[in-house]
Design a protein around this ligand. Structure first.
Ligand SMILES: Cc1cc2nc3c(=O)[nH]c(=O)nc-3n(C[C@H](O)[C@H](O)[C@H](O)COP(=O)(O)O)c2cc1C
Length: 287
């Protein structure tokens, strides 16, 4: 089956789809006619939907998504730069959560939105594991602590560098620095081998973090879970990450019990001329 169907009665033969297709699978055989899929190139379609998206007359349907109607962009529903700026600047890593649970549908909505993130070749290779029972989130944290406690004895140099014994001590005394008592966790993972699966899963997690902010939810990267999962298989097993997949994003989620009033300061990006190039060097925070 061809990847797209083009309704010639709606097509105005403007050629936008032909020019915008990243895989160049469309051709117009005769000026003024509707484009067709070049049969030799059909297999290169990545289902990105640009042909349908760029078509002003909705003449194109992606056959894999034939059940979905096109959703038009309008000037009202696209945020302007000032809104984007305010949105970015008002996002904080939230580490204080209400006990209110999140439903699987609430988290599923965020995951669905994160699928609009870019992915290499539009492969969309990202899977998610969701824990929305606080006891399960606690169990995850405890597995991370198991690994940290092990590191304290087997790799004291690394443990010292990362303050692991202090974290273990705090956890055992009721302070959850690992999952911050979040009521839910969403973890993104992808095949170990692929086009850009690691980046895709990280980008998807970042989109999910922003989506959560848009919903008034709090989110924070669970960096310790990610670190520990790299070395400690029981964590990957607990999250259901298959052997040939890797974990790339862990997002702690919940309703924030904290309110932020100001955007914290950030270093200003400043260009430095370097020969024919400009470099915006990282302004590293001193710790
Ligand atoms: C990859 C990554 C891992 C992180 N891991 C943790 C973590 O384990 N625990 C935590 O409290 N915050 C974690 N953070 C949040 C950062 O500390 C936070 O982004 C930074 O302090 C800036 O604060 P902001 O996100 O509110 O702007 C992580 C952030 C990133 C991007």
């Amino acid at each position: 089956m061809m990847p797209v169907t083009i309704d010639a009665s709606l097509c105005n033969s403007d050629g936008h789809c032909v020019r915008d297709c990243p895989a160049s699978i469309l051709i117009i055989n005769e000026k003024g006619q509707a484009p067709v899929v070049n049969p030799k190139k059909a297999k290169f379609c990545i289902n990105c939907g640009h042909c349908a998206s760029v078509c002003p007359t909705n003449a194109i349907t992606l056959n894999a998504f034939a059940d979905q109607q096109p959703v038009p962009y309008t000037t009202e529903n696209i945020a302007d730069y000032a809104s984007v700026e305010a949105f970015f600047k008002s996002r904080r890593s939230v580490r204080q959560f209400k006990k209110t649970p999140l439903t699987i549908d609430e988290i599923g909505e965020l995951i669905h939105l994160s699928a609009y993130a870019p992915s290499g070749h539009n492969a969309q290779p990202v899977s998610w594991t969701v824990l929305n029972q606080p006891e399960k989130v606690q169990e995850l944290g405890a597995l991370v602590i198991d690994w940290m406690a092990e590191m304290v004895t087997t790799n004291p140099a690394m443990a010292e560098k990362m303050f692991l014994s202090a974290i273990v001590y705090a956890f055992k005394n009721g302070s959850d620095i690992i999952c911050r008592n979040a009521p839910a966790v969403a973890a993104s993972w992808a095949p170990t081998v692929g086009i850009t699966p690691d980046l895709d899963a990280i980008i998807a997690a970042t989109h999910l973090e922003l989506a959560a902010h848009g919903k008034g939810l709090g989110a924070c990267w669970g960096g310790y879970v990610l670190l520990a999962a790299k070395f400690h298989k029981p964590i990957r097993d607990f999250l259901g990450v298959p052997e040939d997949h890797s974990l790339h994003g862990v997002m702690l989620l919940g309703h924030p019990s904290v309110k932020y009033h100001n955007a914290p300061p950030r270093h200003k990006a400043a260009a430095e001329k370097s020969g024919e190039r400009y470099i915006f060097p990282a302004r590293k925070n001193e710790h």
